[in-house]
Write a protein that binds this ligand. Structure first.
Ligand code: PAF
Length: 286
């Protein structure tokens, strides 16, 4: 695996691949990698001749300076894991490489409809930061396809919409969430959890899962199910941000009869903000 730090080096490698007519997949990350990221890499491997992974802790998507400063960084171990996972090229730029004129006045990409609530209600501006950096990475790498985790479900939809709206010509693949044996979704921020927090953390997934079971059993009283799930998250010792049942396609509020749903939730567990979701497909009734 080759590692490059600048756009010029990146372009040189990509130009050589293009001359050989290779297809290219991009796996964008912020580093501190876990099995979930490696599943994205494995998926990319199966669908393209060459895999580029990026590691860039994007300051534009952090709403709190302390969160950005505390975000775990482990470039050496990450590079080893990516190499073992079969990545061909690691792009690990400094901030000045991505935002050469500074990030404050940079042109931003907004995806208004899908950003209006859920995560963005709790992290204003977060998705404009994500969409902007993903758009820039797509323009720098010009991949045939890119792989994103379903764990950040709203992010996945926003990236898809942005890619369509701006005609970026990148195929977006979604990879299911990878979980610990007790159900906790893998996340770089799980490293913030001490032993007691870690023991409490699966309460979010358990509450979402209980909601999914009721949906599968045919219940359609969405608000009542959400209320129960919220209470379960709080009873599990987490500080709730939201639990919401939405339509998979556009995160709109579901109507009875909608069959492709997703139960999303976010809650604080000690110093870590957990986010999770479970997509559910209901059988046709009648
Ligand atoms: O999901 C992430 O790790 C980040 O939001 C992403 C997509 C790499 C953009 O910085």
């Amino acid at each position: 695996m080759q590692t490059v730090y600048t756009r010029a080096e990146l372009s040189a490698v990509l130009a050589a691949w293009r001359r050989e007519d290779r297809t290219v997949a991009l796996v964008p990350t912020m580093g501190h990698l876990h099995q979930g990221h490696l599943a994205l890499v494995a998926r990319a491997r199966r669908h393209a001749d060459r895999v580029v992974a990026s590691i860039f802790v994007n300051p534009l998507q952090f709403d709190r300076a302390e969160d950005l400063a505390a975000y775990p960084r482990s470039l050496k171990a990450d590079a080893r894991a990516l190499e073992e996972g079969g990545v061909d090229l690691l792009f690990s730029p400094e901030e000045a490489e991505i935002y050469p004129r500074g990030r404050a006045g940079v042109t931003r990409v907004e995806v208004p409809g899908l950003s209006a609530e859920l995560e963005d209600a709790h992290r204003p501006g977060h998705f404009a930061g994500v969409a902007t950096v993903v758009c820039k990475l797509f323009c720098m790498v010009r991949p045939n396809l890119a792989v994103f985790g379903e764990k950040d479900y709203q992010q996945l939809l926003i990236v898809r919409r942005m890619t369509e709206d701006l005609d970026l010509g990148v195929e977006i693949l979604a990879e299911p969430t990878v979980r610990e044996p007790d159900g906790l979704a893998m996340s770089s921020r799980n490293s913030y959890l001490d032993e007691a927090d870690r023991a409490r953390a699966p309460a979010l997934y358990a509450a979402l899962e209980a909601c999914v079971e009721r949906l599968r059993a045919g219940e359609t009283a969405f608000a009542a199910m959400e209320r129960t799930a919220r209470a379960a998250v709080a009873a599990g010792g987490l500080r709730l941000d939201y639990v919401s049942i939405r339509r998979q396609a556009d995160l709109g509020l579901p109507e009875p009869g909608d069959r492709a749903l997703v139960v999303l939730g976010a809650a604080w567990c000690g110093p870590a903000r957990l986010i999770d979701n479970i997509p559910v497909y209901l059988p046709a009734s009648g």
